[in-house]
Write a protein of this length. Structure first.
Length: 133
């Protein structure tokens, strides 16, 4: 019974994490004002997916992948923190939770490093080919 409750609780939390951003991104007067400000200035509003060139598609894919990795990092940290919380002094469980936190942080550092390198390489390629001055 305890295991089923734990699975239901985790499922409800994950569904909540997936649904709340959709509710927060609803159309409002603030987003309409931001579109107006962007259009009046030198940077017109362009929704994601308006440009169909290869560079914008790759950028969208990289952003989606990094967003997914950020969510995974958050889930691993919450999972490890929960395990540490319920360890009740058991050194084996505490060590396992610390290892999970350590692996999650190392994974985040590697991901951010890979993003920085790919951003630098694409920037150098675009500047080198004359696409961007």
């Amino acid at each position: 019974m305890k295991k089923i409750f734990k699975h239901v609780l985790v499922s409800v939390c994950l569904i909540t994490l997936l649904v709340l951003p959709v509710l927060a991104l609803a159309e409002s007067s603030a987003t309409n004002n931001l579109k107006t400000v962007g259009t009046v200035g030198n940077a017109p509003y362009q929704p994601i997916g308006q440009n169909n060139d290869l560079a914008s598609i790759i950028g969208i894919v990289i952003q989606a992948f990094l967003g997914l990795l950020g969510v995974l990092f958050l889930v691993y940290m919450l999972y490890a923190g929960y395990n540490w919380l319920i360890a009740q002094g058991d050194e084996e469980k505490v060590t396992k939770a610390k290892d999970t936190i350590q692996r999650a942080i190392v994974g985040l550092i590697i991901t951010i490093g890979a993003y920085a390198v790919s951003y630098w390489v694409f920037d150098r390629l675009l500047v080198g080919t004359g696409i961007i001055n």
